[in-house]
Design a protein around this ligand. Structure first.
Ligand SMILES: [Zn+2]
Length: 115
């Protein structure tokens, strides 16, 4: 069964079972912020770590520096993002102590993961 999650993301081709935190098949509701980030760790069960970089302006040097933040995100079995993938993240209610986001779409696959 597919749910309309109310955002502009294509539903994954595969269907996952027994994942009540999947926005597509588990009826899990999403709200809040949406952004893109890069997966840096995906070996945990249904969890990935993503990193987002932003530019911070330094007036003294009139240049930008890179600042980064890491998030724990839910990685549903039907999406299964791998390290290096560019993914779309959406905020949800807290899933666990550190998880408050869900991967809703893979924007670009890491080339070395395509095999
Ligand atoms: Zn699913």
């Amino acid at each position: 069964m597919k749910h309309n999650i109310g955002i502009d993301a294509p539903a994954p081709k595969t269907e996952c079972k027994d994942d009540k935190h999947c926005p597509f098949h588990g009826g899990f509701k999403l709200r809040g912020k949406m952004f893109t980030a890069t997966v840096v760790a995906s070996k945990m069960n249904k969890t990935a770590t993503v990193q987002k970089t932003r530019q911070h302006y330094l007036p003294k040097y009139q240049r930008y520096e890179k600042r980064k933040s890491k998030f724990r995100v839910h990685n549903p079995a039907c999406i299964e993002a791998k390290e290096g993938d560019e993914v779309q993240i959406m905020e949800s209610r807290p899933i666990s102590k550190t998880k408050r986001f869900v991967i809703i779409n893979i924007l670009s696959k890491n080339e070395s993961n395509k095999k």
